[in-house]
Design a protein around this ligand. Sequence first.
Ligand SMILES: [Zn+2]
Length: 215
Amino acid sequence: MPKVIDLGERSSKLRGVHLIIGEGLCSNIYVIGVEEAVLIDAGVGNRLNPIWPQLEEIGVEPRGLRGVVLTHAHHDHVGGVFLILERADPEVYMHRFDAGYVATYIKGLRTVEDGDVIETPLWPLKVIWTPGHTRGSICLYVEDEAILFSGDTVFPWGYYGRYDGETGSYSDIVESLRRLKELEVELLLPGHGGPIYRDAHRHIELAYRNVVSKP
Ligand SMILES: [Zn+2]
């Protein structure tokens, strides 16, 4: 079964944020708030990753699920949206360059651009367009708290997303990492693997050094 972690127990800056760690090839799902919850990514949404039991464990009810922000259009991040839409009616957000892959399946999908702001019960999320892993990949930045939800663009310990997929690009991911390393980032919440709770900018700087030195 997927595990639920209360991230508020790991960092006071993350009080009210839960992480659902999926089974198998499945993205992390971050649940921001409880009563008016906003999700970042939705996981793969298969039999092993049913989502609703985990949301129930956190206390999120279908009518209280307000938004789902998708960092990019890969099925291990997006598939769970269809399970969510069976019971709830949240706004679903994605960058327009990736939205074409799912727009026919998700009614009323809202496209976002670099610099847009998505409200959550805890803090606003600023959209940072970070192409490279896919053309429409985004990160979500909480400027006041120096928190970055990084999807598959950058991971801890100097790793970064693959850029050899259909709409991936080496030059784009270099530019995206260059941009991210200029941000003040204390906490890094990646699309796979465990979060980093302090000095996360060092991890992003290392990813940038790695990507420019070995394409
Ligand atoms: Zn991906």
